[in-house]
Design a protein around this ligand. Structure first.
Ligand code: NAD
Length: 263
């Protein structure tokens, strides 16, 4: 199937591992010029090596801590210097710390606000003038099923992802006339480092093994299994494709049926 993305430039944030990496690989397989970034140089280099083996080329890579405004600007500038523009921006981030309300202090709130909401605001502000000039662009934010059904012990995610969703909907209306779409993909339980770490924490609390916790998680999903990161990436690809040109301001959950609500 022709997705109409060959030669487009795609910047995927927080992409040395997990869902972000799977998204970057999916765009590379489509013939996009891909840029990846995350905090740790060694992780990035090992992902770059994997790309070389799988696709025969190296993605552009930048060390970028999403909590640092200057890193975000440097990353955007590096991508524009190398590729000329950003056609597709995928805003992913590390998961905010777990915790209930009384576990979280002012510092945690501010950190998560910068990480989850402001990184999306800042990257969007940087890429949009170029997209408006080209009269084409895609912004896709990776959020969480917590926007449809808050998850126990994830107060920060439950609160700040809702902010990203409101931001994306408002902004999508402002830029739709420029042929720019803005959407969110809300993953359900997806087998990555993040889920593994959450399972380890829960296992300690409950005095059981993380394998047991992961298997219990899978049983809560109507499909009776966890998602693979590539299953989230394929929906991101659809939203970036020419087939989704009239889809904007939405959140699509990819959760094997986990969310029980209608919308
Ligand atoms: P992961 O931990 O496997 O990967 C996170 C990536 O983000 C890594 O590349 C890491 O280096 C990078 N990163 C972390 N903090 C960063 C920072 N400050 N600056 C730059 N890069 C940073 O996580 P994942 O499971 O792929 O999750 C990706 C996103 O999807 C997270 O926001 C997570 O909350 C959300 N999500 C995940 C699940 C799941 O089940 N895995 C479910 C719902 C939502």
């Amino acid at each position: 199937m022709e997705h109409g993305l060959k030669g487009k430039t795609a910047l995927i944030t927080a992409s040395s591992k997990g869902i972000g990496k799977a998204v970057a690989e999916t765009f590379a397989a489509e013939g996009c010029k891909v840029a990846i970034c995350s905090r740790t140089k060694d992780d990035l280099l090992s992902t770059v090596n994997e790309f070389k083996h799988k696709f025969g080329f190296e993605p552009l890579w930048c060390v970028c801590d999403l909590n640092k405004h200057s890193d975000i600007e440097n990353t955007y500038n590096a991508v524009v210097k190398e590729y000329g523009s950003v056609d597709i921006l995928v805003n992913n981030c590390g998961g905010p710390s777990p915790g209930y309300f009384f576990d979280i202090d002012e510092h945690d709130w501010n950190f998560a606000y910068e990480q989850v909401l402001m990184s999306v605001v800042r990257f969007s502000k940087l890429v949009l003038p170029g997209m408006i000039k080209k009269q084409w662009g895609r912004i896709i934010n990776i959020t969480s099923i917590s926007v449809k059904q808050p998850v126990d012990n994830l107060m920060l995610s439950n609160s700040l992802r809702a902010g990203v969703t409101g931001f994306a909907k408002s902004l999508s209306n402002e830029v739709a006339r420029h042929n720019i779409t803005i959407n969110n993909v809300a993953p359900g339980l997806t087998l990555t480092n993040r889920l593994y770490e959450l399972a380890v924490i829960e296992a300690k609390e409950k005095g059981t093994s993380h394998e047991d916790i992961l298997s219990q998680m899978a049983k809560r999903v109507p499909m009776n299994r966890l998602a693979g990161p590539e299953e989230i990436a394929s929906v991101v690809l659809f939203l970036a494709s020419k087939m989704a040109g009239y889809v904007t301001g939405t959140t699509i959950q990819v959760d094997g049926g986990y969310v029980k609500g209608l919308l």
